[in-house]
Ligand binder design. Structure first.
Ligand code: PLP
Length: 406
C-alpha cells in the first residue's frame, strides 16, 4: 500500500522500520520481529529500553508534579545538580533539554568569561571533525561542512584546528589574540569514533591554565558511563572548567546539563540565561533515577568491561578483512572504518541481521550498545556485524550502491 504524504518536515532520512516496544537491548516492530539494539537511540538509552525503575519514577512523578518553572525552587533539580557535581568535580549545574542547548550554555559562559577579561572579539577554539549540535551557534562550532551548508553566515567567534594536535593549538595560541576557551570532545563520536590521546587533554589543561582559557569538554555522547568512566575526561585525569551532558542523562527523557567549576560556575547571574522547561521536576527526577541505577549496578565499570569485549571481538572477527581500515573505540563506543562509503549498511543491518547500527562520516560503522547489554548480547552484536561485513556480502552488495573511496 502506498504511504500517504507525510506532514513531517523532511529533516531525516528514516529507515522504513518503526518500533512499538523495547526491553533492555531488544526492540520489536509492529509485526513482532525482534531486533538487537547496538546504538541505544544514539547513546541515549544507556540503561536499556523500558527500564522498570525509570518507568515507575516517571509514572509517580507525573502523578505528583511535572512542571512549575524556574521561578521557584525545584528540589529534584537541586538534588540532581548536587549529585552530578559530586561525580564530576564540578560545582554548579544549569539544566536544559538537549545536548545543543547544553553546549549553547557553555558557549555563553565562554563569552561572559571573555567579557570579564575585556576581550573585544572572543574566540572559542574548536576542532576539525567535531560535532556539537544543530543550533546556529553549535553548528558554527561543529567541524563538518555538511552540517553548516546553507546556514551561512555562520556565527563568528570560532577558531578551528585539527583534533588531537597540540602543535596546532600552540600555534593558534601564539598567533590569535582573543581566545577565551577550548571546546572539545574526548572521543569524536559523530566524527567517526576518534579517540583523543590522554596526553592531549592533559596538555590542553596546561595551556588553558597558562592563558586563562576555559577548558570546556563536550560529554554529550561520551558522558554518563559510555566510555567506561562516568565522564570521558576522567581517562586523562584532568579537571575541566565546564562540561556538557545530555543523551544518557535521561535515558530517553529529554534533559541536558552544563556543569562548571571555579570562576566559570559564577558567571551567570539572574536574567543572563534561562530555559522554560530546563530542569523541571520530572526531568530531574528521571536524571536522579538514572544515577541511582548507574551507581547501584556499577554501570561505568560494566561499560569498560563490555567495551573491551566488544572491541576485542570485533578486532578478532574482522582481522584481515580486505575492506576494514581500522577498528577503534573506548568503552562501549566502537567504530569500524571501511575503505568505502557504507551508509546503505544501516538498512541492510536492519533487514538482514535485525541489528541497529549507525554510520558516521560515511565510512565508519558506529556501535553504541546499551551499557546494560549481557555478554551474550555483545557477542551477538559482533557475530551479526561480522556476517554483515563478510567480504563476499560486502563486495557483492556494495558495488552498485556504495561508492569506494578514491
Ligand atoms: N554534542 C555531541 C558530542 C553530540 O554527539 C551531540 C549529538 O549527537 C550533540 C552535542 C547534540 O546533542 P542534541 O542532539 O541533544 O542537541
Amino acid at each position: 500500500m502506498p504511504h500517504p504524504p507525510s506532514h513531517l518536515m523532511q529533516a531525516y532520512a528514516r529507515q522504513p522500520v518503526s518500533f512499538v516496544r523495547g526491553r533492555g537491548a531488544r526492540l520489536w516492530d509492529a509485526q513482532g520481529i525482534e531486533y538487537l539494539d547496538a546504538i541505544a537511540g544514539v547513546a541515549v538509552t544507556n540503561l536499556g529500553h523500558a527500564h522498570p525503575e525509570i518507568a515507575a519514577a516517571i509514572a509517580e512523578q507525573a502523578g505528583l508534579l511535572l512542571h512549575t518553572s524556574n521561578m521557584f525552587g525545584i528540589a529534584w533539580q537541586e538534588r540532581l545538580g548536587e549529585r552530578l557535581c559530586s561525580l564530576s568535580g564540578m560545582q554548579r549545574a544549569f539544566f536544559c533539554n538537549s545536548g545543543a542547548e547544553a553546549n549553547e550554555t557553555a558557549l555563553k559562559l565562554a563569552r561572559l568569561h571573555g567579557n570579564r577579561k575585556q576581550v573585544a572579539q572572543p574566540q572559542v577554539l574548536v576542532m576539525e571533525n567535531s560535532f556539537h549540535g544543530r543550533t546556529l551557534a553549535t553548528l558554527a562550532a561543529t567541524g563538518n561542512p555538511a552540517v553548516q551548508r546553507g546556514f551561512e553566515p555562520l556565527m563568528p567567534g570560532f577558531l578551528r584546528v585539527p583534533y588531537d594536535n597540540m602543535a596546532a593549538v600552540r600555534q593558534a595560541a601564539e598567533q590569535t589574540p582573543g581566545i577565551v576557551a577550548v571546546l572539545v570532545e574526548p572521543v569524536q563520536g559523530e566524527g567517526g569514533v576518534r579517540v583523543a590521546s590522554t596526553d592531549y587533554l592533559r596538555e590542553l589543561r596546561t595551556l588553558c591554565d597558562q592563558f586563562d582559557w576555559l577548558l570546556m569538554i563536550d560529554e554529550v555522547q561520551t558522558g554518563m558511563g559510555r566510555t567506561g568512566t562516568w565522564f570521558g575526561y576522567q581517562h586523562a585525569g584532568v579537571m575541566p572548567d565546564v562540561i556538557t551532558l545530555a543523551k544518557g542523562l535521561g535515558n530517553g527523557f529529554p534533559i541536558g546539563a552544563c556543569l562548571a567549576r571555579g570562576p566559570a560556575a559564577e558567571l551567570f547571574s539572574p536574567g543572563r540565561h534561562g530555559s522554560t522547561f530546563g530542569g523541571n521536576p520530572l526531568a530531574c527526577r528521571v536524571g536522579c533515577t538514572v544515577l541511582d541505577i548507574m551507581e547501584s549496578d556499577a554501570i561505568p565499570a560494566r561499560a569498560a568491561t563490555l567495551g573491551r569485549r566488544l572491541l576485542a571481538g570485533l578486532q578478532d572477527a574482522l582481522s584481515g578483512h580486505p575492506n576494514v581500515i581500522a577498528v577503534r573505540g573506548l568503552g562501549l563506543m566502537a567504530g569500524i572504518e571501511l575503505d568505502r562509503g557504507c551508509g546503505e549498511l544501516v538498512g541492510r543491518a536492519l533487514n538482514e541481521q535485525q541489528l541497529l547500527i549507525t554510520v558516521t562520516r560515511e565510512t565508519t560503522i558506529r556501535l553504541l550498545p546499551p551499557l546494560v547489554c549481557s555478554e551474550a548480547q555483545i557477542d551477538d552484536i559482533v557475530a551479526r556485524v561480522a556476517r554483515l561485513l563478510s567480504p563476499t556480502q560486502l563486495n557483492h552488495r556494495t558495488t552498485s550502491s556504495c561508492t569506494p573511496l578514491q
